[in-house]
Ligand binder design. Structure first.
Ligand SMILES: Cc1cc2nc3c(=O)[nH]c(=O)nc-3n(C[C@H](O)[C@H](O)[C@H](O)COP(=O)(O)OP(=O)(O)OC[C@H]3O[C@@H](n4cnc5c(N)ncnc54)[C@H](O)[C@@H]3O)c2cc1C
Length: 702
């Protein structure tokens, strides 16, 4: 085989055999067409001539056995707005970022002169054979360590076997995510419940009668019949998680983005912001074979230190729906899965500044059983995790090339029907454009996507009247920082809250300690000091930086009970930050959807928001990340549901998603804002072995 102009239509392909090299008989018969050999040419520069008479010049980035190919610009860069794109000889001057061309539409492929295609095929086959051998050797040598993983809720009897050994890299493994390579498992959505985790239960006779009545228009809900509501039960196939695991295969990885109508040309999701919400959405899309790309402003994962702790509440449910089954050592012991990145606290103590205890609650106090309304519940404790550790785990779930670092979103435009053109700024200052079917703003409290969709005049940032100063410190320092206790101390104005949030052990590799810069510590705690302050003063204090923030913390709490003075003292200056607290009032669903009529905002039914971009809230109820995770999973489910019917239904699915999201998060925004007030009042030191929210509720009733 030599370089030159090769015909590529299906009729032309017949009989085009791989006749040279060491391919061997079996390979030659298996790979009898140019299409099947084409993957070996990845990386070569070529010109594609289509049956429609168009020509495209670029570098081959991907190819499958049907000769569906992806071209990128020859220098591997994305399209630029300036200078204007060069047009080659006999080649359309059309600019593109990455171009997907379907196999059946290709007439000719023209390779550069002097390219030895036979050598490319030989080298490609050698690479694949070596990868296969490595894989087989690995499997034979080491007996498989296996562990069982609980798919679904605790108590479910569905257990699947999962290997914990590492799979070798090479071949199709390169298309898998780091997590898939590590566990040797590909997670995809359950084929029975389509990732919902629940299926409709069969109707009882009574329910059938109610449904019939309702369909006939008589089921008003009054009288003997109540309005019929469908019943759901947990999906037995996946045990309620909505996910299934399988061995990775060439098809599962490489065909991932090319199934049926979900070719990226036909439908793709652009997610602006690689924070908690954006990454959760990307994983949930990946499980559902929905093509998506995350555009993140930071140049890399490590660019900014973001090491504070999060308390996982409802978000733990969302994490299970993303394939994280064990958040803590306790879960590991129970589920047998070597996957942990957080800890449970067992006790929560409230003090006055002199150390007097005014409230205590938690599993340790209740003897392992939670009591509410006179009834005992075996409620699970909340898990405390490192934000950056969680982010790392989420990033590792994503397949290569899903995240584009160093892309700051600037604006979107609806140019052609049902497509958006997005403009990003690179760190160098150059602007690049990309396209998508829907845009999701997951870009945090100062969301640029929100700025264009809703505008800044509707529901602007609302100052909550207080500043938060954060510090990360190695522990233990006393029994209060033993890794199991959360404590808070308040004087009716200033409040200090401290919680353990990470051990540095994850698969034997330092994790959180690295994230927070404490290489030698086994246990890390976060303290969060907050107090009322004018907005201007709060901005000024935050601007003056860590030394000023630390000095203010010591001035206010340096004389408080142990271990607070030592805790402040031992906190490294680099691990202190502070910022004024803001939220936004939840906007009306109609305005959220279409944008306010009297502003310059774009609205747009192809664009939505999640996480802090949609509903920022104060950190005092520990809900922001939990809500962002729930948003990501819910949105992917809604999009998937619509795509299974008809892609024209996606805007309706976004509207449904927004309604549910706004309803769920509105109460959290409100309660978090209330907490910003009562935690800096006498309520914080009111007596009672209950949460401060419960004290506030009792006092307001009284
Ligand atoms: C001290 C503190 C404690 C907290 N504790 C808790 C807790 O215990 N529990 C809890 O649930 N929540 C907690 N939160 C809140 C939680 O951290 C946030 O609500 C959550 O991180 C929001 O996630 P997000 O994905 O919406 O946004 P973010 O995590 O803020 O991510 C936004 C991402 O978008 C990127 N970005 C921004 N602009 C652009 C742009 N123009 N183009 C491209 N990318 C862009 C950013 O770089 C960032 O990576 C706490 C917050 C703080 C500050």
């Amino acid at each position: 085989m030599s370089s030159g102009r090769l015909p590529a239509s299906s009729s032309d392909k017949k009989g085009q055999s791989a006749s040279s090299g060491r391919g061997g008989k079996a390979n030659a018969s298996r790979e009898s067409s140019l299409a099947q050999l084409f993957r070996h040419f990845v990386g070569l520069d070529l010109i594609v001539e289509t049956k429609q008479g168009r020509s495209y010049k670029g570098r081959l980035r991907e190819a499958d056995q049907y000769m569906n190919i992806v071209l990128c610009k020859s220098d591997g860069n994305e399209s630029r707005q300036s200078p204007p794109p060069p047009g080659g000889r006999g080649v359309d001057g059309q600019d593109f970022t990455s171009l997907h061309i379907r196999g059946p539409s290709i007439r000719y492929i023209v390779f550069g002169a002097g390219v030895d295609l036979a050598a490319c095929v030989r080298a490609g086959r050698d690479r694949e054979r070596a990868a296969g051998d490595r894989y087989k050797r690995g499997v034979r040598k080491a007996p498989r360590k296996s562990a069982s993983i609980v798919m679904g809720d605790a108590g479910s009897s569905k257990r699947l076997k999962m290997t914990t050994e590492s799979f070798p890299t090479g071949g199709f493994m390169e298309h898998l995510s780091p997590n898939e390579r590590k566990t040797g498992k590909v997670i995809s959505v359950c084929s029975k419940c389509n990732g919902e985790g629940k299926v409709r239960a069969p109707l009882s006779k009574k329910a059938k009668a109610m449904k019939k009545l309702q369909q006939e228009g008589n089921g008003s809900g009054d009288g003997p019949f109540q309005a019929y509501k469908p019943n759901y039960k947990p999906c037995k196939l996946c045990g309620g998680s909505g996910l299934l695991e399988s061995e990775p295969s060439e098809g599962s990885a490489q065909d991932h983005q090319r199934k049926g109508s979900l070719h990226p040309d036909d439908f793709s999701v652009a997610i602006c912001g690689g924070g908690i919400g954006g990454l959760a959405l990307a994983i949930a899309c990946q499980h559902r074979n929905i093509p998506c790309t995350v555009y993140e402003r930071d140049n890399s994962f490590e660019e900014r230190k973001q090491g504070y702790g999060l308390t996982m509440q409802q978000g733990a449910r969302a994490l299970r729906s993303l394939g994280f089954f064990s958040l803590t050592d306790e879960d590991v012991a129970k589920d047998g899965v070597e996957q942990r990145f957080g800890i449970h606290s067992t006790e929560h103590i409230v003090h006055k500044p002199d150390g007097e205890v005014v409230g205590r609650w938690g599993m340790k106090v209740w003897g392992g059983r939670f009591e509410k309304g006179g009834r005992k519940h075996s409620k699970r404790q909340n898990a405390h995790i490192s934000r950056q550790g969680l982010r790392r785990m989420l990033v590792e779930m994503l397949r290569p090339d899903t995240i584009r670092w160093g892309h700051k979103f600037l604006q979107y435009e609806e140019k052609e029907s049902r497509k958006l053109t997005l403009t990003f700024e690179r760190r160098s200052g150059e602007q690049v454009t990309n396209h998508c079917s829907i845009l999701v703003g997951a870009d945090g409290i100062r969301s640029a996507v929100r700025g264009q969709k809703i505008g800044e005049t509707t529901s602007p940032l609302r100052y909550l009247g207080c500043i938060v100063i954060l510090g990360i410190v190695p522990s233990p320092l006393s029994h209060l920082t033993n890794g199991e206790t959360v404590f808070q101390t308040a004087d009716g104005v200033t409040r200090l809250y401290a919680m353990p949030f990470a051990t540095n052990a994850r698969d034997g590799e330092p994790l959180s300690a690295v994230d927070v810069g404490q290489q030698d510590s086994e246990q890390v705690s976060m303290w969060q000091l907050s107090f009322p302050m004018d907005e201007g003063d709060a901005k000024e204090l935050s601007r003056r930086g860590p030394s000023a923030l630390k000095a203010e913390a010591v001035r206010r709490c340096g004389g408080w009970h142990d271990p607070i003075p030592a805790m402040l003292e031992r906190t490294h200056i680099e691990l202190i930050s502070g910022y004024p607290c803001y939220d936004r009032l939840i906007v009306d669903g109609e305005i959220f959807r279409k944008g306010p009529q009297d502003s310059r905002s774009s609205g747009g039914e192809l664009c939505t928001l999640i996480g802090d971009g949609a509903h920022p809230m104060s950190p005092f109820k520990g809900q922001g990340a939990n809500q962002a995770l729930l948003d990501g999973v819910l949105l992917a489910r809604k999009i998937n549901g619509a795509l299974r019917k008809n892609s024209g239904k996606v805007p309706d699915a976004l509207a449904e998603f927004e309604e549910e999201m706004l309803q769920r998060s509105a109460v959290k925004v409100k309660k978090s804002a209330e907490a910003a007030v009562f935690l800096h009042s006498e309520v914080a030191i009111g007596g009672g072995n209950v949460t401060r929210g419960a004290v506030a509720a009792t006092q307001s009733k009284g």
